[in-house]
Design a protein around this ligand. Sequence first.
Ligand code: UDP
Ligand code: MG
Length: 330
Amino acid sequence: MKLSIVVPCYNEEAVIGRFDDQLRAVLDRLAVEYELCYVDDGSRDGTLPRLRALAQQHRSTTRYLSFSRNFGKEAAMLAGLRAATGDAVILMDADLQHPPGLVEKMLDLYQLGHDQVIARRSRDGDRRLRTALSRLYYRAVNTWIDVELVDGAGDFRLLSRKAVDALLALPEYNRFSKGLFSWIGFDTVTFDYRNAAREAGETKWRFGSLVNYGIDGMISFNCRPLRAAIYAGLSLATLAALYACWVIGAAVAGGVTAPGYVTLVAIIAGLGGLQMVMLGLIGEYIGRIYYETKRRPHFLVKESDGAAPAPAPAHASAPPGTAAAAPRSR
Ligand code: UDP
Ligand code: MG
């Protein structure tokens, strides 16, 4: 069997060499036929020259693609999956947070017949507030959406050819991988590993992008937020009617009195806020439709090792997803 390892890289010059050494050491020990598919996601540092050098040095086992600009990790993973030719594909980060040593265990589980082998990271070393917030988020989101998202189960996983083909057949432009992995299903097994710190370079995640990612998770897989908006509107209208009855009753019983300024302001501001939230929500869905209808490619390739089959044209299996708007994956 042949194993492909897909590695999205964005400004990973500081760590990519070390990653490659460690991974190859593991793979050579395993005596399995393999290929490494690096995808340079428009890095602005020396990542691309390093990938070229690696491809030169290990001609038969290294492939690379380089995007014309930064399209986001989702696009990079998609490009890697399209380029991969193996019977099984492992997605790995370049920063050594996904320990290469675990590849062996993944392969063992794959050979037992599983189509998805997920390595789930613990939250060791994360700040406590962040851990608590994530727990809360996953609990909320899982009662809400149709697919199951698991805390710590991210992109580090092995996919069988069947699973990869299923993923590649999903044409959406806004790709929320965590949800897509869960959506395709198949025989899945999960094991835990201790979280490792990034070896060098820095994370591309800021607090703001995490919040956005959280919102993507909430609305990528269902229309329930819109339904919730209807319920919120109905409840508020009922409350307003009750309140109006009460005010009228009080006026009839006790005559008209002037106070109520604070109540009015609070109601106007509160309702105004709520309406904005709901408009934003509708806007989010429309925005997604807008991006889907453009059918732009998910990424543009400016350079590759040549051996790599060109990524499928946008209309083949996969329409578009671009960068700016496409959610990134963790
Ligand atoms: N990455 C990418 N494009 C991006 C951002 C990140 O290809 O726009 C890659 C990055 O090079 C790394 C992986 O995605 O291999 C995970 O990124 P990072 O370590 O910043 O995320 P974290 O581990 O903090 O979740
Ligand atoms: Mg990382």
